[in-house]
Design a protein around this ligand. Sequence first.
Ligand code: GDP
Ligand code: IMO
Ligand code: MG
Length: 418
Amino acid sequence: MNLVVIGAQWGDEGKGKVIDILSGKFHLVVRYQGGENAGHTVISSGRKVVLHTIPSGILKGIPSLIGNGVVIHPPTLIDEIASLESIGINVKDNLKISRSAHLVLPIHREAERISEEMRGGKKIGTTRKGIGPAYEDKYGRRGIRVGDLEREDVLKEKIEVLLEEKYRGFPVRKEELFEWLLKYREPVLSLVVDSVSYINSMVKEGKNILFEGAQGTLLDIDFGTYPYVTSSNSSAAGVSNGAGISPRFIDGILGIAKLYSTRVGAGPFPTELKGNVGKFIREKGGEFGATTGRPRRCGWLDLFALKYSVTLNGFTGVALMKLDVLDNLDEIKVAVAYRYRGKNMGSFIPDPYILEEVEPVYRTFKGWQTNTRGTRSFDELPQRAKDYIKFIKDYLETEIWLVSTGPSSEETIILKDI
Ligand code: GDP
Ligand code: IMO
Ligand code: MG
């Protein structure tokens, strides 16, 4: 079975945890978009690891591929490899990198810093990792790819085109960029594969492949709350072009959704809670960025937006995360519709100018006020928590594959044997 795991909201839904639970059943784990803007936390057997560019399957010793759709900042990747190796994880034998993946360069971070500063009050609130400018150069057909490191003459030529075309005003010399890239050449090239034949030979052999999404659907460049989005297709749409696999071979798509909402960075957030409840959720849920440490904005679960995500991605199943964070609340709200200019909206439209004006219509549930942390069986949940989950399932008209009741992989109610 080839399964895709997608963030269903604005990222940080708990994709890392779910990948860790599932990866043992797969022969290959693939990251296919984004870069080190991602921060995927895995807590297993008391050990906490945060992954940025490397697929989370690496922790279980599963072959892991960084696909062509990912953008790689070489020094960060090398540091991530070293830090995983230092805790006894065998990265070098299991990690592969597509030769078509693009590189994030120091000028990309600089370009992003300048563009964010120029936006004044309209900042995107990016992670400042240079992700957007790296994709701009990719689509501008002047990017530098992993495979270019193989040949010094090609690399020199590409650097020249890139700097001439786009970065004339920048204080960067081509010799300097060339030397910088050469430093990472050996370690990166030692992991390179032709990813299309690598993945597809596994497909042919009937091996199971797990695709690890980064960010979330509402941050998708096409389907998210543009321009407050990331620069890749973080919905299911990104898998084929970011990994080099035909859609024909994708067997299932699992959406990961938190039972409340969070967002890091700027952009519309209709169910945001700016007062004490939001603060409570942030503290109890540990909602601080795994990549930047920024406090995450918190709010009620937005089923109206989540239904859009279910529709767009065609989820085969959904994982509901962080139930335990809601344990102590007297009441729990979920948005079931939006009012816009006096009328109920027919469906979620991810446009900031509309979302800034909408008023969520809430359904209120009484809190269960019982500790659910670590519960592993649905039957053991308090009745009110069961009713709450049942309501969500019916609203979304989808299967619920698991409910997560704590940060560690063991703290999970598995409802579907995948
Ligand atoms: P990702 O980017 O989607 O992989 O998610 P992050 O790792 O950025 O953020 C999810 C955070 O929630 C991490 O700190 C996880 O350890 C934590 N987490 C995941 N599932 C649960 C859960 O069910 N309960 C609690 N309390 N924490 C969880
Ligand atoms: P994971 O994979 C949450 C957000 C940034 C910003 C916007 C654009 O851990 O869920 P970028 O640096 O990508 O150009 O920033 O996207 N963002 C994320 N938010 N989780 C992530 O990744 C994110 N990656 C980017 O905060 O709003
Ligand atoms: Mg994250």
